[in-house]
Design a protein around this ligand. Structure first.
Ligand code: SF4
Length: 85
């Protein structure tokens, strides 16, 4: 049994049709989600490394805590991350 390395990254995605704009996700994952002047989320488009466990946990809290189920986590492979740079 060895240590599994977490490679790749993730981004949070919001469905703007479902989002109610109360900004609860910002409270749950402030390092990943900012809000605009109306309370709608502005989410970092730059992938966050999966090895950043604190941010990944925050993203999972935000997804679980979204009252409209408007958020999801999209995994990004290392290859796709490299291509984005
Ligand atoms: S918690 Fe969900 S519904 Fe509320 S602002 Fe964030 S994405 Fe939109």
């Amino acid at each position: 049994m060895g240590v599994r390395r977490r490679s790749g990254g993730f981004v949070l995605k919001v469905n703007p049709i479902l989002c109610d704009g109360f900004g609860h996700c910002h409270e749950l994952a402030p390092e990943l989600v900012q809000v605009d002047e109306w309370g709608y989320p502005i989410i970092r488009s730059e992938p966050t490394a999966l090895s950043d466990l604190a941010s990944y946990e925050s993203a999972r809290y935000a997804v679980r805590g979204c009252p409209r189920q408007a958020l999801r986590i999209e995994r990004i492979s290392d290859d796709a991350r490299s291509a984005r740079r």
